[in-house]
Write a protein that binds this ligand. Structure first.
Ligand code: MG
Length: 451
């Protein structure tokens, strides 16, 4: 197997260890050598190492003769929208998404603003490892300029994609926790433009992420939940570091799992347009229940938002997304978009004319139990093969890892794309049963690890 540079969601690593400035320069050269002719758009999240990696990537791109348009610090989906609506050979985002402050990474998008496909990653990887770069001579070296319109263009696109007049009339009070991430420059402004009364939390960009860790999971959002209750807000929202995800709190300050909002938005999309919803095998059964009830169908993919987006693009799907708060709106663009997810949820709450908790209570309830188990990285494929062997005779979907279906639930055991752990997801009607199914999955995995 040839060496890999890209994980499930771009290149990611700890700054100075596996994520170095030399790597960024070579990725810039390899990417510039692989993209078609035309300028390349560039953006970054607020990480302290961002300017360093930006400059290295830009140097590599310029060396291959591409002009670079630097859109500055902004959410990943804003850069993707900038690429999609402009004339670019592609785009690069310097970001480590939800990872802690010591991480950074590089994401490459194609001329449509979509994360590049695995085969396109392989082209860049081959050039990177073989140091096969198409460098320009001195007369053809690229130029760099800044563009400050990307954020406004992006917000215009979102406001135009929802019933803004209706949302404005409702005058919702919303607490937004930007987590000192890239959404600081978009979501509070978006909420103001949609007539909301905005309570902003961790609203200044800071690459040290002093307010909370960048991943919008419940344990990182206690301040948000408290503030929603105290300010008597209609809802709360939190983004990850690069704001392609949105996680919500209802008006009681209760954390809402991403699969619940995913189902809520999917129901609305299928009721309006019919069609297919695309989601990874790890998603809740709740999604399939509501989509079927609304007359639509669900297509499952491997885990990874870029795979969901590409499947949606190729099949003309109505909607898609993941259980972690990543939602993809095809009429807007083919990538996860945290601000668009926020605007759509505001629209749904507005139209329903009832509190968010009441809306969510209409959805079928399942309990999800998640756990993980570390493994020695070289053993990954052998463990997975033994796991598939052990699962023979059970009702299995092995599109990604091993998902075992039971009459009253399922358990999925799959290796993470970014860490040396197997993730175990189990879902059932009750907590106890979900826990028991997770334990069965873990037992199966431990037998596979024992050899
Ligand atoms: Mg992200």
């Amino acid at each position: 197997m040839s060496p890999r540079l890209f994980g499930t969601n771009g290149i990611r690593g700890v700054v100075g260890q596996d994520m170095t400035v030399d790597l960024a320069l070579r990725v810039g050269k390899a990417t510039g050598s692989s993209l078609g002719p035309g300028p390349v758009a560039l953006g970054r999240d607020p990480r302290t190492s961002g300017p360093m990696f930006r400059d290295a990537v830009v140097a590599g791109l310029l060396a291959t003769g591409h002009d670079v348009v630097d859109a500055g610090m902004l959410p990943t989906p804003a850069l993707q929208y900038f690429v999609r609506t402009g004339r670019f050979a592609g785009g690069v985002v310097v970001t480590a998404s939800h990872n802690p402050a010591e991480f950074n990474g590089i994401k490459v998008v194609d001329a449509k603003g979509m994360e590049i496909s695995r085969s396109e990653e392989e082209v860049i990887e081959a050039r990177y490892f073989e140091e096969r770069f198409s460098l320009a001579d001195w007369k053809a070296v690229g130029h760099v300029r800044e563009d400050h319109d990307a954020i406004r263009t992006y917000l215009d696109g979102i406001v135009a994609g929802v019933d803004a007049a209706a949302i404005r009339a409702r005058k919702l009070r919303v607490v937004v926790d930007c987590g000192n991430g890239a959404s600081c420059v978009t979501s509070p402004v978006l909420l103001s433009r949609l007539g909301c009364e905005v309570v902003s939390l961790n609203g200044h960009p800071d690459g040290g992420f002093p307010g909370r860790p960048p991943e919008p999971v419940r344990e990182n959002l206690s301040t948000l939940l408290k503030l929603v209750r105290e300010s008597k807000a209609d809802l709360g929202v939190a983004h990850d570091g690069d704001a392609d995800r949105a996680i919500f709190a209802d008006e009681r300050g209760e954390f809402v799992f991403g699969d619940r909002t995913l189902a809520l938005v999917a129901r609305e999309a299928v009721q309006a347009k019919g069609g297919t919803v695309v989601t990874p095998v790890s998603s809740s059964r709740c999604l399939e229940d509501v989509v079927r009830a609304a007359g639509g169908t669900v297509t499952y993919t491997m885990v990874g938002a870029p795979l969901v987006a590409r499947a949606m693009y190729e099949s003309g799907a109505t909607f898609g997304g993941e259980e972690n708060g990543g939602m993809i709106f095809p009429e807007h663009q083919f990538c996860r978009d945290g601000a668009m997810a926020l605007a759509k949820v505001l629209e749904i709450v507005t139209r329903a004319g009832k509190p968010m908790s009441a809306l969510l209570a209409e959805l079928p309830a399942y309990s999800l139990h998640k756990t993980s188990v570390h493994y020695p990285p070289p053993e990954r494929d052998a463990i997975l093969a033994r796991l598939k062997g052990l699962a023979k005779g059970l009702r299995v979907n092995d599109i990604d890892g091993v998902k075992v279906h039971y009459d009253d639930g399922w358990v999925l055991v799959r290796p993470s794309g970014t860490e040396p752990i197997f993730r175990i997801f189990a879902e059932a009607k009750t907590d106890a049963r979900a826990k028991a199914l997770a334990a069965e999955g873990e037992a199966l995995l431990r037998r596979a690890m024992a050899g």
